[in-house]
Design a protein around this ligand. Structure first.
Ligand SMILES: [Zn+2]
Length: 281
């Protein structure tokens, strides 16, 4: 069954979101501070990147970071946060996970994002998430088995996905984000009790207020993460012979599972240099 939009699966998908940006995950811990002490009343004077890496993971982390920074886009995004005027971006590593997440967002009284945390799993050099929601990361899998890419490149792609989340959340009004945190559990509760009827006027009303139903909100965020992962790969594999094969695989998955979001991926494909461009349409 290729459809991912069966009503009965909506809640289940939302509950098993891989990334900590899901509204469900945020609900559990919405206002915990990032490791630097930043309060709403006292915004950080200066931002920057704070790397909190256990020594046993330091070597592999440096390899992932070097891979990310080897691209123009990775370096530009890193530098933007390293010299950010007010946002403190914390990067940490969790043991025994092949996934990554972002969250612990905080805003100052002016509505500016002042804290965010990216948590990388210690095993992110392995593991490919499903092509349904992760058309970019998933597309790398056959290239690793052919030894055309290595684990560091997969890890850097996952880091780029999380940077995509942080960049996107910076553009979401705090009021909307807070409303989503508040109303997504309400939506889910009604959804589970009304026979999974998404046309229930109460659910339609909530969805209008928070910019979609919980799964739509979640998948939109994930596809923004994937768009940034694609931006990283665009630069990283620009001169590799398998470049167009990789983009073709991404395109195939986007067309199959993320048609409503195709434009953001197509834009990136079209932004390649003329010499290395491959057809998207
Ligand atoms: Zn994600």
């Amino acid at each position: 069954m290729k459809s991912k939009r069966m009503p009965g699966t909506l809640f289940v998908i939302a509950m098993f979101a891989c990334c900590a940006v899901s509204a469900t995950a945020q609900k559990a811990n919405p206002l915990r501070s990032a490791t630097r002490n930043v309060s709403l009343a006292e915004p950080a004077e200066t931002g920057g990147i704070r790397e909190v890496i256990p020594s046993k993971f330091q070597k592999r982390y440096e390899e992932w970071k070097a891979e990310f920074l080897s691209t123009d886009i990775g370096k530009a995004q890193w530098d933007m946060y390293a010299h950010h005027p007010h946002l403190v971006l914390t990067i940490t590593i969790n043991s025994n996970s092949k996934g990554a997440g972002s969250g612990k967002y905080k805003w100052n009284d002016s509505g500016e994002l002042v804290a965010a945390t990216i948590s990388l799993g210690s095993e992110i050099e392995r593991g490919y998430p499903s092509s349904v929601y992760y058309p970019v990361m998933n597309a790398l899998e056959p290239f690793e088995s052919q030894r055309l890419i290595d684990g560091s490149m997969l890890a850097a792609t996952k880091l780029a996905h999380e940077f995509g989340h942080v960049m996107k959340i910076s553009s979401v009004p705090r009021s909307l984000y807070d409303l989503q945190i508040q109303l997504v559990p309400v939506y889910n509760k009604i959804f589970l009790s009304n026979g999974y009827n998404v046309n229930d006027p109460r659910l339609v009303d909530i969805a209008q207020k928070i910019g979609g139903n919980p799964v739509q909100i979640w998948e939109d965020r994930e596809y923004w993460g994937e768009a940034n992962a694609m931006l990283f790969l665009r630069d990283r594999v620009a001169k590799e012979k398998f470049h167009c094969r990789l983009f073709g695989k991404i395109k195939q998955a986007v067309e199959e599972y993320a048609k409503d979001y195709e434009e953001r991926f197509a834009e990136i494909a079209k932004s390649q240099g003329a010499i290395y461009s491959c057809s998207w349409k």
